[in-house]
Ligand binder design. Structure first.
Ligand code: GFP
Ligand code: GFP
Length: 836
């Protein structure tokens, strides 16, 4: 069902000068009007939440104007667009971001003050939009911000889950999961588009018809589901350009199930319809593991089927020649999750547009590009052939055809090499045949990229070496980045003021390369003092938050040592907590005189474990049990506190990151594809204690290893270290033995709870925690030593911030635009009275 076409000639540019005004009075009136007419509350008496909602609606009004103007402009200019397909967008909060990006902070601040509200308090009323698990989803959101800011004609496409990332509680030290029905708080940031709907088919059968131009295939029958668009405007910084994230929600298809109805089965007909709403019900909470659930595959297909209808509709507004498609459309696959979209576009070209096989395949591969985010084998998606055959019968036929032609290429390159064919094939043979989605993504794309230099090397040389031999030019690196708008300007107002003052400009917000000039002032005591006091302010802000959420009082003069990310064995929160235990035991043994030299620390953890990941959840329990003992031990009170902040999300990260002195990026070398919190911390002047893994390697190149605490096994040493572990040749460090002993003796609670953790280390320490432990302690000792010379520390902190240009998502997006998508900025012409 195509959306109703707009009548030709209904241009809206003439309305420009009627845009809403941005002075205090107009904003105030807008807020009050929304309180009264949208929320139906009296404007003479309303609370903070209503003030937040009223403000959000006035911001949204302004966004809609810019957004419509942008979309109209793009339609008029018809530039090549990029479509970023991602099953996850971890957007966090929107009010502050939109107000800052539109440049209306002061106006909103004073408009609200007169109504009796502090703008900053209203930010806190907003619930996070958490439609993502972790790094991958947050990356997508940072990219969206940069694309709009750089004025690229870009769209994000995804799913509108009713339940976002679960809410984590901590009870008795264990993680509990509560569904996050986020829409119950209302969502002023989305616009329901009943005018944009498509029908998606599942199951059914394929019929072959003879025709004069060869055989035709019709996919018929099965179940129909309706996809409805929900749009979230994405404002660029200081520009009219406002892009869009379009999220699909599944609804029952309007065609009534007449058979069931006539058979008197009214209720079962209703139930069948309810099932269709399940598709976009829940975000799968999985951290780098693939789940073979049919519903997940349904989500993936539903997502790309609706998205391609929309992309093709837009293309057809101005074009009839399909050869132009790759010149007007670039599609980026954020991981393999949307890979079935390759086959879906191909199917539409062949079955619906009647384009010949080779020509259709050319169009497909020129259009698609694929980003890989992990090399952990358990994360690689492989769908059983039987499942696809049942759910998407026509797609399975086409996959066989695609694979057949691909394997002919393989034979040309390696004649008679059955092994190569087997290892490269899109289909994995075996008891149960499976479709390897990563192979399909590589074969169907013109470009494959990893997300940090080292990761891209591993993708090319370790994971897919034969593909790289076949197509050496297909493989690229695009190191991740994060947006300095959210992660410096919004999260750290104190640091922003310092940058504005010392750089004598706020240009750094969009041109982060400016921050390198800060280095000139590195020895200026005034800067050092300001730096200290901003950090202090941020630490107090976090201390208040910790007190409010965990009831723990922390010393804000202590070193804040932070480890926040999904809980996973490869990220090694375990290494950290074992180190904490050692620190605790050492302090306990010290004489009062020695204790005087101890560097006080507050160790902060936050992060969620996938609900089915038993070992990760045990690590959370261990952290909390250790925290319980340490925090209640009066003897170490002033030296050590351990805090696990529950329900980690984007808005909590915005409070934690600016307050940290060091941050832990301690994954086993070769396992973390990139990491992005490492970039956020570095921007905020926090020093990394970390391994040479993922983007840490490039951060070290920019910042200098002497301004970080790098330790541990290197990637090329990992295989050897694992062999040593298997041969039982690892000598356990005596300090670690002492830690184990204390866990076994019950110092931190019933030892049987933690036995599986210790066993995992003793029998199969795959992530090499034991071998890195002594090196980790050495690095922590260096941290303590440097902390004692505060001015030297601050200088390193300044160097970190001033070396972060490369890690801006603006840089990343420019590289993608120029080297993968071949798109150009399309700046919306601005009219006079608006601020920008
Ligand atoms: C068009 C118009 C926009 C309008 C949208 C949604 O965009 O102004 O907001 O439709 O109806 F240009 P496309 O989705 O067709 O690009
Ligand atoms: C994954 C990888 C990270 C990488 C992000 C973004 O993150 O190393 O930085 O994707 O590319 F593991 P998660 O979604 O697993 O957190």
């Amino acid at each position: 069902v195509p959306p109703t076409e707009k009548k030709k000639g209904s241009k809206l540019f003439a309305l420009k000068t009627d845009f809403l005004k941005n002075d205090e009075d107009s904003i105030q009136k807008g807020i009050l009007d929304h309180v009264e007419y949208t929320l139906a509350r009296t404007k003479y008496n309303f609370d903070s939440f209503s003030a937040y909602q009223g403000s959000a609606y006035t911001v949204r009004d302004r966004l809609i104007e810019r957004w419509n103007e942008t979309q109209q402009y793009y339609t008029e200019k018809d530039p090549k667009r990029v479509y970023y397909l991602s099953m996850e967008f971890l957007m966090g909060r929107s009010l502050q971001n939109a107000i800052y990006n539109m440049g209306l902070k002061d106006e909103y601040h004073s408009a609200l003050l007169e109504l009796g509200f502090e703008l900053e308090d209203l930010y806190e009323e907003e619930k996070d939009a958490a439609l993502g698990n972790g790094g991958l989803g947050r990356l997508a959101s940072c990219f969206m911000d940069s694309l709009a800011t750089l004025k690229y004609p870009a769209w994000g496409y995804g799913l509108r889950y009713n339940y976002g990332m679960f809410e984590q509680g901590i009870y008795d030290g264990y993680q509990t999961e509560v569904p996050d029905y986020w829409l119950v708080a209302g969502n002023p940031w989305e616009i329901e588009r009943l005018d944009v709907q498509y029908t998606v088919r599942f199951y059914g059968h394929v019929t072959e018809r003879k025709s004069s131009e060869g055989n035709k295939f019709d996919w018929e029958g099965g179940e129909l589901v309706q996809a409805i668009a929900y749009d979230a405007p994405i404002p660029g910084y200081a520009t009219t350009n406002t892009n869009n994230i379009r999220l699909w929600s599944s609804k029952p298809h309007k065609e009534f199930d007449l058979d069931a109805f006539n058979g008197g089965n009214y209720l079962s007909a209703v139930e069948a319809k309810q099932r269709s709403e399940n598709i976009t019900s829940v975000l799968y909470p999985n951290d780098n593991t693939y789940s073979g659930k049919e519903l997940r595959l349904k989500q993936q297909y539903f997502f790309v089927a609706a998205t391609l209808c929309d992309i093709i509709r837009r293309f057809k507004k101005n074009h009839s020649n399909w050869a132009d498609f790759p010149n007007k459309v670039a599609i980026q696959l954020n991981d393999t999750h949307p890979t079935i979209g390759i086959v879906e576009l191909f199917r539409k070209l062949i079955d619906e547009e009647h384009i010949q096989w080779d020509e259709a395949w050319q169009i497909v591969t020129k259009t698609y590009a694929y980003t890989n985010h992990t090399i952990l084998p358990e994360a690689l998606e492989m769908w059983p052939v039987s499942l696809i055959e049942n759910l998407l019968p026509r797609h399975m036929q086409l996959i066989y055809g695609i694979n057949h032609r691909f394997l002919l290429q393989v034979t040309q390159k390696w004649p008679g090499d059955i092994g190569k064919m087997r290892s490269l094939s899109i289909i994995q043979e075996g008891d149960e045949k499976k479709v390897r989605m990563a192979h399909l993504a590589i074969v169907g794309s013109h470009c494959v990229n990893g997300v940090a230099a080292m990761h891209s090397e591993l993708v090319r040389n370790a994971v897919f070496p034969d593909f790289a031999a076949l197509w050496p030019n297909k493989f690229q690196n695009k190191t991740n980045g994060v947006t300095p708008r959210r992660w410096i300007q919004q999260a750290n107002p104190g640091l922003s003021s310092i940058l504005n003052k010392w750089l004598k400009t706020d240009k750094w917000v969009t041109q982060l390369e400016c921050v390198k000039d800060l280095k000139q002032h590195i020895n200026n005591p005034e800067l050092i003092e300001e730096w200290k006091s901003v950090k202090q302010f941020n630490k107090e802000r976090l201390a208040d938050f910790i007190h409010k959420t965990c009831g723990i009082q922390v010393n804000t003069n202590a070193l804040f040592d932070v480890h926040i990310k999904r809980i996973h064995e490869y990220k090694r929160q375990l290494l950290n907590i074992l180190g904490v235990i050692y620190r605790y035991l050492s302090i306990k043994k010290m004489s009062p005189k020695d204790r005087a030299n101890v560097v006080s620390r507050v160790v902060v953890f936050a992060g969620k474990a996938a609900p089915g990941y038993v070992m990760a959840k045990r690590h959370i329990k261990l952290i909390n049990s250790v925290a319980e003992v340490i925090n209640n031990d009066k003897e170490v009170d002033q030296y050590l506190k351990v805090v696990f902040i529950p329900n980690y999300n984007v808005s909590i990260a915005q409070v934690i990151v600016p307050a940290s002195d060091i941050n832990q990026q301690i994954s086993t070398a070769g396992t973390e594809a990139s990491g992005t919190s490492n970039m956020k911390f570095t921007m905020n002047g926090s020093l990394i204690i970390g391994t040479l893994d993922g983007a840490n390697v490039e951060i070290a190149e920019e910042v200098g290893q002497e301004n970080m605490f790098i330790f541990g096994l290197r990637t090329h040493e990992i295989a050897g270290a694992r062999e040593k572990m298997r041969q039982k040749e690892v000598v356990i460090d005596s300090r670690l033995q002492e830690v184990f002993l204390n866990i076994e003796l019950g110092t931190f609670g019933p030892p049987e709870i933690f036995k599986p953790i210790l066993d995992s280390l003793m029998y199969n320490d795959f992530y090499l925690t034991m071998q890195d432990f002594p090196l980790y302690l050495d690095a922590q000792a260096e941290v303590d030593a440097l902390w004692k010379t505060q001015d030297a520390w601050i200088r390193k902190s300044i160097i970190n911030t001033s070396s972060t240009y490369f890690f801006s998502s603006d840089r990343a997006m420019k590289e993608y635009a120029e080297e993968i998508w071949n798109i150009e900025p399309c700046e919306v012409e601005t009219s006079d009275y608006r601020r920008y």
